[in-house]
Design a protein around this ligand. Structure first.
Ligand code: HAM
Length: 426
């Protein structure tokens, strides 16, 4: 038997109704904040990710699905291509490629699959879904302002509230900018020099190439050493500190609670200044439902104009896991099961189904060869609220037997009143 590949899964009904519920809420909230949808390709040139997310990150160094595409001619060398592990790089590429700033398109959102070759476990998959948004643009569009950071964070709090998710914590940090990062990297390197030899192989490498990435380490034995390292919060320059203070001031003013966490550096290299994660108590080890931050230099590093930005991505798989709502409560079941009774009744039933569906009634159709008992069994298996019996007598009389499958009550309803009758009972 052929099964879905490890780390991937089928999303089945009724759960898919929950996914649609989440996506519809996200689209609604994004609309209110003037974000517009963008859909970028699922695969991109490999160097898009190595140049943005960064060579030393776990994502780029260990987790990407990369292959060499065939060249056009037999002799031609192919291009290195990667399934997107995240969507920020693709959005910024598209922003540059289509000069979106010229059209005033500064706020974009996306919903779609991402791919990382991680060790699968609860809440961690190799194909997972993100709902993300990016606010990017020239500084004249307000893209650099701390007000934008606060707006994005407040939007996230609004979305989680809307979904009935209350048990979240916003962890907030500033990772500074190239100016203060240089001093900080020096300090980190110096602090790591005497201790790096005691750390894992990854950390020994990071200590030399990209010391900030040491904070991504999950090895338990390394944690006491990491605890002693200097923190970026002590190295922020004056503009970065002012920016961070302003973000916190607005969040407090709008009533979005947060906790400061100066160990939070995020696992991607493009971040500057504000970095954040929302965690959820009930999720266990993979408790980050979303993460994001500011990336003021990303556009330029990909050959674009100066276009500061801030964004986030929600792990949709994890968000759905943390919903209190049950899939059954959200899924729409058939309102009515039409049971054609005897030869020739499929035609009449098809006509009736067409009329009812035009009135937004959810209809499931039986078959004229089914006995009534089988039709009723089918109807209750699907959770239909009513069964509608379409026999020769009913067609002649212009009125149909409508059976409430919960109460067992059966009444005769004239054709013209059917849709209203079925809907009024919902
Ligand atoms: P990230 O922290 O790598 O950030 O991913 C964001 C969220 O995606 C995580 O908090 C988590 O909920 C979910 N996620 C990540 N990996 C997996 C996985 N293997 N299985 C299930 N869920 C997962 C980014 O991707 C950045 N692009 C976010 C961003 C946008 N920053 C600025 N703009």
């Amino acid at each position: 038997m052929i099964k879905a590949i490890r780390g991937t899964r089928d999303l089945l009904p009724p759960d898919t109704a929950l996914w649609n519920f989440v996506e519809a809420a996200a689209r609604d909230v994004f609309r209110a904040y003037n974000f517009h949808e963008i859909r970028t390709p699922i695969f991109e040139e490999t160097q898009l990710f190595s140049r943005s997310v960064g060579e030393d990150t776990d994502i780029v160094s260990k987790e990407m699905y990369t292959w060499e595409d065939r060249g056009r001619a037999q002799s031609e060398k192919g291009q290195s291509i990667t399934l997107r592990p995240e969507n920020t790089a693709g959005v910024v590429r598209a922003y540059i490629e289509h000069k979106l700033w010229e059209r005033g398109l500064n706020k974009l959102y996306y919903i779609g699959p991402q791919f990382r070759r991680e060790r699968p476990q609860k809440g961690r998959y190799r194909q997972f879904f993100q709902i993300g948004a990016e606010a990017i643009g020239p500084p004249t569009a307000g893209s650099e302002s701390p007000a934008r950071d606060a707006e994005v964070l407040e939007m996230l709090a609004t979305l989680l509230d809307r979904l009935g998710i209350t048990d979240w914590t916003l962890e907030l940090n500033s990772v500074g900018c190239p100016n203060d990062r240089a001093t900080y990297n020096e300090a980190l390197k110096n602090a790591l020099k005497p201790v790096a030899a005691k750390m894992c192989a990854d950390c020994q490498r990071r200590a030399v190439t990209n010391p900030l990435r040491v904070f991504d380490c999950k090895v338990p034995e390394d944690q006491p050493i990491i605890e002693t390292l200097p923190r970026i919060s002590q190295y922020l320059d004056e503009p970065c500190r002012r920016h961070f203070d302003a973000v916190q001031g607005i969040l407090t003013a709008v009533g979005v609670p947060f906790t400061l966490n100066d160990r939070l550096v995020r696992g991607l290299d493009y971040y500057t200044r504000t970095a954040f994660e929302f965690t959820h108590g009930a999720l266990g080890a993979q408790n980050a439902i979303l993460g994001g931050g500011r990336y003021d230099g990303l556009s330029e590093s990909l050959g674009g104009p100066h276009a500061p930005g801030i964004g986030f991505a929600i792990g949709e798989d994890r968000l759905v896991m943390s919903l209190k709502e049950s899939a059954d409560a959200v899924a729409r079941k058939p309102d009515v099961y039409i049971a054609p009774l005897g030869p020739g009744m499929d035609r009449e039933s098809a006509r009736l189904a067409r009329e009812l569906r035009r009135h937004d009634v959810v209809v499931e159709l039986g078959d004229e060869t089914f006995r009534l008992k089988k039709s009723f069994e089918n109807a209750s298996k699907m959770g239909a609220r009513f069964a509608l019996i379409v026999g020769e007598n009913e067609v002649k009389a212009g009125a149909f037997a409508l059976k409430n499958l919960e109460s067992g009550e059966q009444i005769s309803v004239p054709r013209a009143e059917l849709a209203a009758k079925i809907q009024s009972a919902s």
